[in-house]
Design a protein around this ligand. Structure first.
Ligand code: NAP
Length: 283
C-alpha cells in the first residue's frame, strides 16, 4: 500500500515555522495582512475564501474580504485593485478566480502590484518564476506541490516528472519550479499522445487537469510518487484527477483529495503574505 501524503501535517509544520517571522514583524509594528477580492458570491469561491482565512488566522496573518457584486464592471474591479495597491496596511492580495468576466479578470491580474501578488497571477510574477528568480511569488498551488514533496522528503532532483495540465495557474509554473529543482519535466495536456505511457515512465506524476479520476491504474508504476492537484466537484463529493485506490495499489506514495495539496496551498498563501510584509516593511 502506498504512503498517503496527507497535507495537514505539512501545512501545520509550514505554519509553525512562520511564528517567529510573524512575531518579528509584529514587534516592528507590522501586522501581516491579506485582502481577498471577491466579485460575486459563487459558493466555490466562498469556500476557498473561508479556507484561506482559516489558514491566515492559524499563521497570525490578518485577512479581510473586499466584495463586489457579480455585475461589477471592469472600472469598479480595477478601482478596487488600485485601492489595494495603494493601501500601506495591506501586504498581499488574493484575487478570487474565476471572476464573472474573463476580460476583467485578465485586466485585474495585470493591474495588481507585483509586490502584493502573493498568488502569482501578475505577468511580472510569472516572468520571475519562469526566469527562475529567487523570491518570485509563484502561484500558491504550484509552490504547495513542492512544499508537500519536501515535507515527505521526496526530492525531484534528477527525477522524471510528468505534470498533467499546462495552465498558468498550476501546470506551467510548477514545471518551471520543478526544472529549477533539477527535475526533468514532461508537461502533458489534452493533446498529449499516450498519456498513460508518459505517466508510467515518470518517477513523479502530478495531476492538474481538472477531470475527476482521469489517471487510472494504467498510468501508475511501482515506486512512483503521485501528487493529485485536481479538485473536482462530483455527485459523490470532492474528487481528484487520480483514481486514488488504483494509485494506492501500485505507486509508492500518493496524495489524497481532499486533504492533500489543497491544505498546503492555504498555508503557502499565509507564507507568501508574510514574505510580502517583510519585503514591503523594509522599504
Ligand atoms: P485548467 O485551466 O482547466 O487547465 C487544465 C489543464 O489540463 C489544461 O492544460 C488541459 O489541456 C489539461 N487537460 C484537460 N483534460 C486533459 C486530458 N484529458 N488529458 C491531459 N490533459 C488534460 O485547470 P487549472 O486551473 O489548471 O486546474 C486544474 C485542476 O487543479 C482543477 O481540478 C482545479 O480545481 C485544481 N486546482 C486545485 C488547486 C488546489 O489548491 N488544490 C488550485 C488550483 C486548481 P489543454 O491545455 O490542452 O486544454
Amino acid at each position: 500500500m502506498a504512503l498517503v501524503l496527507n497535507g495537514a501535517p505539512a501545512a501545520e509544520a509550514l505554519t509553525a515555522g512562520l511564528a517567529p517571522r510573524v512575531r518579528a514583524l509584529r514587534e516592528r509594528g507590522v501586522t501581516p495582512t491579506l485582502v481577498i477580492l471577491r466579485v460575486g458570491a459563487q459558493e466555490e469561491s466562498r469556500a476557498y475564501e473561508r479556507a484561506a482565512k482559516r489558514a491566515c488566522t492559524a499563521a497570525g496573518v490578518e485577512s479581510f474580504t473586499v466584495e463586489l457584486p457579480e455585475s461589477a464592471q471592469m472600472d469598479a474591479v480595477l478601482h478596487a485593485v488600485r485601492s489595494i495597491n495603494a493601501e500601506p496596511g495591506v501586504h498581499g492580495a488574493l484575487l478570487l478566480r474565476p471572476m464573472p468576466f474573463a476580460r476583467t479578470e485578465r485586466a485585474a491580474c495585470r493591474v495588481l502590484a507585483p509586490e502584493k501578488d502573493v498568488d502569482g497571477v501578475t505577468p511580472a510574477s510569472l516572468a520571475a518564476v519562469f526566469a527562475g528568480e529567487a523570491g518570485a511569488f509563484a502561484p500558491c498551488t504550484a509552490r504547495a506541490v513542492l512544499e508537500l514533496m519536501d515535507y515527505y522528503g521526496i526530492d525531484p532532483a534528477g527525477k522524471r516528472v510528468a505534470v498533467v495540465g499546462r495552465s498558468l495557474v498550476v501546470g506551467r509554473p510548477l514545471a518551471m519550479l520543478l526544472t529549477a529543482r533539477d527535475a526533468t519535466v514532461t508537461l502533458c495536456h489534452s493533446r498529449t499522445r499516450d498519456l498513460p505511457g508518459v505517466c508510467r515512465g515518470a518517477d513523479i506524476v502530478v495531476a492538474a487537469a481538472g477531470h475527476a479520476g482521469l489517471l487510472g491504474a494504467d498510468c501508475f508504476a511501482p515506486g512512483q510518487t503521485v501528487i493529485d492537484v485536481g479538485t473536482n466537484a462530483t455527485p459523490e463529493g470532492l474528487r481528484g484527477d487520480v483514481d486514488f485506490a488504483a494509485a494506492q495499489g501500485v505507486a509508492a506514495a500518493v496524495s489524497p483529495v481532499p486533504g492533500g495539496v489543497g491544505r498546503v496551498t492555504n498555508a503557502v498563501l499565509a507564507l507568501h503574505t508574510i514574505e510580502a510584509a517583510e519585503r514591503l516593511s523594509k522599504n
